[in-house]
Design a protein around this ligand. Structure first.
Ligand SMILES: C[S@@+](CC[C@H](N)C(=O)[O-])C[C@H]1O[C@@H](n2cnc3c(N)ncnc32)[C@H](O)[C@@H]1O
Ligand code: SF4
Length: 473
């Protein structure tokens, strides 16, 4: 099927989903031009000043949950125009070593505050930044420290993020072999686009040929679970280019991919340059209807090639290949021990956020003083917990009514009955005796529907039409 046929079919599919009705109902922020991805609840913007105190206080008395682990490595070959993460570019080896020293100390601080010899983790993500920016010696040292402080004996998946140029050549292969030896069994590669011009505009240092070679390198090193990240709705990107990109993605020797809609506004402490680009050249950015078309094409081309959407926007041939870290976090609502600059943790009812200043000296200061680098957080209220236990599974897979009431002591219907009825009426949500889930139409607007269950004080776009909450005014 050629590109124009894919596009014509996608237009037809969108008509069947009647997405225009949803736009007209006022449920989409900025009429579909604005966007807020729901990756946690409450959102980080609701965290307030807090030190490590509440995170570790009376830990033994608080109900325990399974834990997953995250470590942030804030170094990259270049600063991508779209990126809002905390990272530094072209860092010298001694600057990286200094960070790894502090990171190891922070892991030890977590361990002693939690009163364990090693922190159990049922899945792991090493992210960034670009963890594979480390050279082979640094990688070995980091993984030695990490596997000493975390107990991975019951870990189902050890995932690491990577950028293509960092995996090339002899050094890249050596690094990959070290990763494999320490148990890394899944790599998530930042590909973003298969078009060299788009990659250049994004400020990436790799070409499409580098991407393909880095995938071959991972296979040579015996990595058998490869995921890639792609971005759509990038300035100047056409719908035709996106179709070509998707057709390339489904033909690659990979297990899964995640499709990210370009996020223009920051989600954490740092605002990427893309906002300035938008302010200067707004016309270059795809509009809401083109973005919807790209999103639909992503789903349709994936389904037709055996890549199912196992978690919202995450496509894989087999369910078990997706990120266990994200699955545990979003669907099983696990605790998280997060180390490194800008990392967050979730420990027995308390969220914490580490220092997020790009000046690493601020991160080091806490550790030198013998504390983990937490500077913000949130002790979850019963209402925060009720909403979190509904929002994250709903957005990503489905809510089990039994699990919800075990966790919160309430029935789903009592907590969210009027909102659910309203969204059912719009054809966005469905339920039976056991579960609540998003319909195909609802899944298409997963972030917007999830936001409907936010506390009214936490809304990213307060102007959006709200479902009635049934509470007296
Ligand atoms: C923390 S990044 C790490 C990946 C790796 N450093 C790389 O870029 O090669 C994880 C993914 O988030 C996605 N991402 C980052 N900034 C984004 C933005 N502004 N909008 C949409 N997706 C974004 C990208 O697809 C990226 O691969
Ligand atoms: S997208 Fe990845 S490589 Fe680019 S600056 Fe962000 S973390 Fe670094």
């Amino acid at each position: 099927m050629d590109t124009s046929n894919w596009i014509a079919e996608a237009r037809e599919g969108l008509r069947e989903l009647a997405t225009d009705d949803i736009r007209e109902s006022g449920l989409l922020p900025g009429d579909g031009n604005k966007f807020f991805p729901v990756i946690g609840y409450p959102p980080l913007t609701m965290f307030r000043d807090m030190d490590q105190g509440p995170l570790f206080e009376n830990l033994d008395l608080r109900p325990a949950s399974p834990t997953i682990a995250y470590a942030h490595i804030p170094f990259c070959p270049s600063r991508c125009t779209f990126c809002h993460w905390i990272t530094k570019t072209k860092s010298k080896a001694d600057a990286v070593d200094e960070y790894l020293d502090h990171l190891a100390q922070e892991m030890a601080l977590y361990r002693s505050n939690m009163g364990v010899d090693a922190i159990p983790a049922r899945s792991v993500l090493i992210g960034g930044g670009t963890p594979t920016y480390l050279d082979p010696k640094q990688m070995e040292r980091f993984l030695r420290d990490f596997t000493r402080h975390f107990d991975l004996s019951a870990c189902s998946q050890f995932s690491m993020e990577a950028e293509p140029t960092t995996l090339l050549g002899r050094e890249g292969l050596e690094k990959l072999r070290i990763m494999k030896d320490y148990g890394v069994d899944r790599i998530s590669l930042g590909v973003q686009s298969f078009d060299d011009d788009v990659l250049g505009a994004m400020g990436r240092t790799h070409s499409n040929a580098d991407t393909l070679e880095s995938i071959r390198q991972m296979r040579r090193a015996g990595i058998d679970n490869i995921a890639i990240d792609l971005i759509y709705a990038y300035p100047n990107q056409t719908v035709e280019q996106w179709v070509e990109g998707m057709l390339t993605a489904v033909s690659l020797d990979i297990e899964s991919y995640q499709l990210y809609r370009l996020r223009i506004r920051q989600h954490g402490d740092r605002q990427g340059n893309i906002l300035q680009v938008q302010q200067k050249k707004p016309d270059r950015f795809p509009k809401a209807d083109e973005i919807q078309l790209m999103k639909y094409l992503g789903i349709m081309i994936s389904e037709r090639h055996g890549f199912d959407e196992h978690q919202t926007r995450i496509f894989a041939r087999q369910a078990d290949d997706i990120s266990h870290y994200l699955r545990d976090w979003c669907c099983d609502l696990t605790d998280v021990t997060g180390v490194g600059v800008s990392a967050w943790s979730n420990l027995r009812g308390v969220f914490s956020l580490n220092e997020g200043d790009a000046d690493l000296e601020n991160y080091y200061r806490h550790i030198r003083e013998g504390r983990v680098s937490v500077n913000r957080g949130k002790i979850r209220s019963a209402d925060d917990e009720r909403r979190r236990c509904f929002i994250l599974p709903l957005k990503n897979t489905r809510v089990s009514k039994r699990v919800f009431s075990e966790r919160t002591g309430e029935q789903v219907e009592a907590a969210f009955g009027p909102q659910m009825a309203w969204l059912e009426g719009l054809g966005l949500l469905a339920q039976d005796a056991e579960h609540v889930w998003l319909t195909r139409r609802g899944r298409f607007f997963a972030d917007e529907v999830a936001t409907q269950f936010f506390d009214p004080n936490y809304l990213p776009f307060p102007e959006v039409v709200r479902a009635p909450d049934g509470l007296p005014a």
